[in-house]
Design a protein around this ligand. Sequence first.
Ligand SMILES: [Zn+2]
Length: 388
Amino acid sequence: MHLRTKFDNLTAKYSACTQQTAFFYLVMLTCQSLTLQASVELGETVRIAVGRFTSEVSATGDRIVATDLTGQQHLKKDNIKVTRRRGHIVLNGINTKMPLIQLKADGPITIGKYSYAHTIEVSVQSVKGRDEILVVNQVELEDYVRGVIGSEMSPSWPIEALKSQAVISRTYALWNKYNRYDQPYHMESNVLDQVYRGLKRQSDVVKQAVKETYGEIMVYMYRPAQTYFSATCGDHTEDVGEIWRESLPYLPGVECGYCKHAPRHRWDVTLTEKEVRKAANVSGRIKSIEIISRTKAGSANKIKVRTAKQSRTIKGTALRAATGYTKMYSTRIDKIKKTKGGWRITGKGFGHGIGLCQWGAHGMAEEGKSYKDILEHYYPAAHLQPVY
Ligand SMILES: [Zn+2]
């Protein structure tokens, strides 16, 4: 469920990318199917940044073959020490004179604590004027989805909920792939994207959820939809346009009604005077905190904070960001009341509330709804489509 924080923080990044045309995606999807015909054995892949190292990193595996992009083989060993020299990759002390080297083995390749399937790429990247070694795992999309679901949703949840999460994670990966097609990698392996730890034990139900949704993503106008989701919407999801000012017809804000059993469907938190002062950038004793506008779903859009000398209006999202995403669980504030210790806020929901409500998906699955019902409910206007 890490994405709630990530999505809360990535508005700018997504906004920048929404300018791309539907035509571009159509071309990409077409190119993808042509590529698939040429290399069926590999299938759709994604490139995940799995590590960055200042000067050296070791790779171990069964007969690792190191080749450059021209196909020339540089080394074949079980243990390879990768260093760098003047923008080039050095393998076990031998300078390849190449900025990027691919590593493939008969089985997985281990880097640090984790093992990875398929291909590892090591390259020299210049970051803020300093060179570093970037490690990227090129992995089949289906393997990737299997690897990430467990970090986004509990494997103990009903399979139809897990299947909806599988579609979301796959869609998210493809969306990033097409938006970062010319970058060294498509996604981070941490909470900035989806937490990915390479090959690890996966429960049978997770494998089944991925298998039963093989190749399916949510699509709108020939492009992968932006399948935002949050842990608990608190009865009604948000219209994305009201929160992030991007107009996406498949994220209009819908009634949920399936997440009443969520642990944070209702919550309360007490903010100290200091916390509120810092969030609103005011000084002096706070006299009042008042919600002056709300979204259609009921979230605090604008909040006015008054002291003896100042009055400042801040966004509800700014108050949440300043106090902490796991302290003030959402901006769905019902009441704000002055108490001895500060200001008591009661609210509901956990996360930004845009797109699929995970606890709502849980509730729908418990009531016998299918993953298709779940996705249609939270992303009306987008539709499920197999892309391979
Ligand atoms: Zn909900």
